[in-house]
Design a protein around this ligand. Sequence first.
Ligand SMILES: [Zn+2]
Length: 62
Amino acid sequence: METVAKFICAFCSEENVIEVDISAGMYQEYIEDCQVCCRPNKIKVYFDEETLTPHLEAEYEE
Ligand SMILES: [Zn+2]
């Protein structure tokens, strides 16, 4: 099941809309390139256990 979620780029602060797939796990971590500045963000995705709402955090990836 794919859900649309948003994260704020750690480099340029622009909002990115991505799809997250809950079937890949309740906690996920991966690299996603910013759609605006193309720099790599380390994305951490947590799903709320009750509502299954995704929560995203973006960090710099060196
Ligand atoms: Zn960016």
